[in-house]
Design a protein around this ligand. Structure first.
Ligand SMILES: CC/C=C\C=C\CC(=O)SCCNC(=O)CCNC(=O)[C@H](O)C(C)(C)COP(=O)(O)OP(=O)(O)OC[C@H]1O[C@@H](n2cnc3c(N)ncnc32)[C@H](O)[C@@H]1OP(=O)(O)O
Length: 256
């Protein structure tokens, strides 16, 4: 972990060249367990846009500051901005929500599109970070790492890449469904066994292709789906419960 804090102009990332030809991108918000604060979404795109034209960079390593890879989306952000898009009426509000979701999706798509190999190193919790790591080419983790597709616990469907990329990476739709529908933790041993943290160099195209749709088609679908679903009160209730470390079972959800 870099001691110096984020690298200006970034406020959520520390970017350094630890060795010739290597660019190290560190998620840098350890006091909030690297929860993805609003500046992060744009900064990742800016960072990878710079990397794309950096002639000295041949490989990118993504890791975290602190002991947790990421705590996923920042709940304060969700409450203040993500779940309250501007708009006059349902249709315009939904359209603005769609624009925000598409912008968030781009944060990870830019990693997938990066022409330089991106290696991600995960330690501790990777909650809501499966979106990020499945967009990388090679995933490594420490023995204390664990992974969680947590969205169902906060009342939403994953919409920034997990549902599109995870099946292609691990090749088992059943396991993806189980992880997404139960939000159970997957620990390092199982993650290795499943192939999540083995080599997955998608630029060469040997990752199993089991999904019926391309990543772009899936992301487009999820942005349209969640532009209205994210406006449900249940999502806010779930986010508050998660912040208060309460089980989703303690929430009274609206009837279907
Ligand atoms: C359009 C939608 C786009 C994207 C959607 C993505 C979906 C998701 O990301 S779903 C996942 C949501 N995240 C979570 O449910 C994780 C919540 N956090 C945790 O479970 C834990 O913090 C932990 C990651 C397991 C780490 O535990 P621990 O090391 O014990 O730290 P804590 O004491 O819990 O937290 C320290 C500090 O960080 C703050 N924090 C943690 N998570 C978040 C968060 N997601 N958002 C904002 N802040 C967070 C926590 O409040 C503490 O802050 P203090 O100021 O020190 O109290």
């Amino acid at each position: 972990s870099s001691p110096g804090g984020p690298t200006p102009p970034f406020t959520t990332l520390s970017v350094s060249p630890p060795a010739t030809v290597v660019t190290h991108v560190e998620l840098h918000r350890p006091e909030k367990r690297n929860a993805t604060y609003k500046a992060f979404w744009g900064e990742m795109v800016e960072c990878f846009t710079q990397i794309a034209v950096d002639l000295d960079c041949r490989v990118v390593v993504v890791s975290d500051a602190g002991e947790v890879f990421t705590a996923g989306v920042d709940f304060m952000d969700m409450a203040s901005e993500v779940l309250k898009p501007e708009g006059d009426g349902m249709a315009r509000t939904s359209w603005n929500m769609r624009r925000i979701i598409a912008m968030y999706q781009e944060t990870f798509t830019v990693i997938e599109k990066c022409l330089k190999p991106v290696v991600v190193a995960v330690q501790g919790a990777c909650v809501g970070g499966v979106d990020l790591i499945t967009a990388c080419d090679i995933r490594l983790c420490t023995q204390d790492a664990w992974f969680q597709v947590k969205e169902v616990d906060i009342g939403l469907a994953a919409d920034v890449g997990t549902l599109q990329r995870l099946p292609k990476v691990i090749g088992s739709r059943s396991l993806v469904n189980e992880l997404a529908l139960t939000a159970r933790k997957m620990y390092a041993d199982e993650a290795k066994e499943s192939g999540l943290v083995r080599y997955g160099y998608n630029a060469c195209g040997f990752v199993p292709r089991i999904s019926d749709h391309s990543v772009a088609e899936g992301l487009n679908y999820m942005a349209t789906w969640n532009m209205s679903m994210l406006q449900m009160e249940d999502v806010m209730k779930s986010a508050v419960a998660s912040m208060e470390k309460k089980s989703p079972k303690t929430i009274t959800f609206s009837r279907l």
